[in-house]
Design a protein around this ligand. Sequence first.
Ligand code: AP5
Length: 218
Amino acid sequence: MRIVLLGAPGSGKGTQSALLIKAYGVPQISTGDLLREARAKGTELGLRAKAAMDAGKLVDDATVLGMIRERLSQPDAVNGFILDGFPRNLAQAEALEKMLADLGTPLEAVVLLNLDLKILFKRLTGRRICETCNQVFNIYTSPPGMLTEKCGDKPHRLIQREDDKEEVIGKRLDVYEAQTKPLISHYREAGLLRVVDADADMNTVFKNIQQAIGTPAQ
Ligand code: AP5
């Protein structure tokens, strides 16, 4: 499986990636997670990315492409991958096509998680992450009881991402409209686009994705 999960901030890319990893045994490659990891470690790359991320803007293409090139060359990506949050603009999409052509492993599908703006906003403002184990929750939509589950033998330490604050969300959605949405017609023209209704519980969305890509789980 070699797919891209495309969709606005909060459309469920990370949530669905977790289900796809379990079912298909291929790694998720999330540029957002890689950048947050670099920030947490205080690397030069992470520090460079911080200002753009906190302002809801895209990190520069050279930084992101360098990271992706390195990640795709790792052994676990040989048998497939789920790209989450990448590509984010046409320049990144074209660079990805070239990288994958060089590796002889072209994309099989681009899955667009389609969701109304009002719901996106609610999912983003409600998202909380456990600082210890990185599990993602939602104060509005997580199943009852999930928020009080334990992290090891202690309660989860839930925090809100800096860019999930209301004042940054608007900016991220604007960036999606202006820079990422053009990828929809790009991939439609390439015959790779599969549109999935993301306005359902996570297991139903997962089934919709499986139907759209037509690849049976391992
Ligand atoms: P990134 O981390 O990629 O953020 P994003 O694309 O904005 O996506 P999110 O992580 O916000 O949402 P998601 O779609 O994964 O939703 P989730 O599953 O968590 O990027 C962050 C920043 O890094 C960018 O702004 C940019 O600065 C930089 N960056 C990253 N990639 C870059 C690139 N390629 N180029 C340049 N810069 C880049 O779900 C959201 C919430 O909804 C959760 O609480 C979840 O529990 C809940 N939920 C999910 N599914 C459902 C469901 N079906 N029903 C009910 N609730 C649900």
